[in-house]
Design a protein around this ligand. Structure first.
Ligand code: SF4
Length: 380
């Protein structure tokens, strides 16, 4: 396997729950965080026993959540150190922490950088204070601007911002202002997600009660293309459907998810892949702690992929990327001639203008990016 592995560590604590959030997270309590960090460390150490030779070397560590920066510097350092003792971590590894703009100080960020974290991903979501309040974020737009300034002052050369498009009541002008503010901060990377609401989301209840108006698909598409065009003007590469980066600042960790690289997963709800099997841990923190503390596995689900599943995944995951699928390489790796195997689907998608060919590469087209699920479904 030519890729080095990635390591994902889930930190399931937040100050409060945002009104759209369906992640495995809950309120921060220092004693629970202490027990949790010890459990995550034990889970990492146990990987020593089971790890396959091709997963021994890793070049990314990603603290996701939740809000990883609810942990103390000592706890984060301890987890990084445990990874270094358990795996062969490349010296130039990308080590990312997601962070909430309202809850970091200059001092904390300096210590985080000194602990080895070299990439920050700020959950900004919006620069409009009314929108931030509506979705239950605890920070303001000024907190976000200040957090990015502090990150730079602390020596972070790789800073990413997350935004959400398609919020209730959002207008094209407010969205454009969000983009202006985001690019004015000169981030290195931008991730933009379209709002999706799970059935019990408080924000959905407000929409259902008529207190907020959901925006229509047409406007969401306009917002997406406003972003695509503005990012291009700003010199960002649109390297994945929802991700933009200045050249050289693509997320090395997230690229592993789309290119079939293996990745470890530690903590509540974390999902891993070893090139053959996908697995995910329990979403319940108390069950996670009980399992780890009694020496059992926290894995709740395991899916074995056969050769055909893997080739299918290679197609629809790589179609998320700007470079698309190298059909020659796909055939060499899986023995599948994509154009023959998916002849009817490809013809239909090409006629609809959703995919295109670039020499021997199959790519999603500009129009296809907003109907991506329809494109992917053709290859499943
Ligand atoms: S900060 Fe992120 S993980 Fe935490 S509640 Fe809000 S959306 Fe969910």
């Amino acid at each position: 396997m030519k890729h080095l592995a990635g390591i994902y560590i889930h930190i399931p604590f937040c100050a409060t729950r945002c009104h759209y959030c369906n992640f495995a997270t809950g309120g921060y309590e220092s004693e629970l965080a202490r027990r949790y960090t010890a459990a995550a460390r034990a889970e990492i150490e146990r990987a020593e026993v089971s790890k396959k030779p091709e997963m021994r070397r890793a070049d990314t560590i990603y603290f996701g959540g939740g809000t990883p920066t609810t942990l103390t510097i000592e706890q984060i350092s301890d987890l990084i150190e445990t990874c270094r003792q358990t795996f062969d971590i490349a010296p130039d590894s990308e080590i990312t922490a997601e962070a909430n703009p309202g809850s970091v100080s200059q001092n904390y960020l300096e210590e985080l950088r000194a602990a080895g974290v070299n990439r920050l991903s700020f959950g900004v979501q919006s620069f409009d204070d009314g929108e931030l309040q509506m979705i239950g974020r605890t920070h303001s737009s000024e907190d976000a601007r200040e957090a990015v300034r502090m990150a730079r002052a602390a020596g972070f050369a790789n800073v990413s911002i997350d935004l959400i498009a398609g919020l209730p009541e959002q207008k094209l002008e407010t969205w454009r202002r969000n983009l202006e503010e985001a690019f004015a901060l000169e981030p290195d990377h931008l991730s933009v997600y379209l709002l999706e609401l799970y059935k019990d989301a408080p924000l959905l209840h407000r929409i259902n009660r008529g207190e907020l108006r959901a925006i229509d698909d047409e406007l969401t598409v306009e917002m997406y293309f406003a972003l695509v065009d503005e990012a291009e003007r700003q010199g960002f590469e649109h390297y994945e459907i929802s991700n933009w980066a200045r050249p050289g600042f693509e997320s090395r960790h997230n690229l592993k998810y789309w290119t079939g690289a293996p990745y470890w997963a530690f903590g509540v709800s974390a999902a891993g892949y070893d090139g053959q099997t996908r697995w995910s841990n329990t979403r319940n923190i108390h069950e996670y702690l009980a399992k780890i503390e009694s020496g059992q596995s926290p894995v709740a689900e395991t899916i074995e992929l056969n050769e055909d599943d893997r080739q299918s995944e290679n197609l629809f995951l790589r179609l998320r990327l700007k470079d698309g699928v190298d059909l020659g390489e796909h055939q060499r790796r899986f023995g599948v001639n994509t154009l023959e195997r998916y002849r009817d689907e490809i013809e239909r998608l090409r006629e609809a203008g959703l995919i295109e060919f670039d020499e021997n590469r199959l790519k999603i087209s500009r129009a296809g990016t907003v109907l991506a699920n329809e494109v992917f479904a053709a290859f499943i």
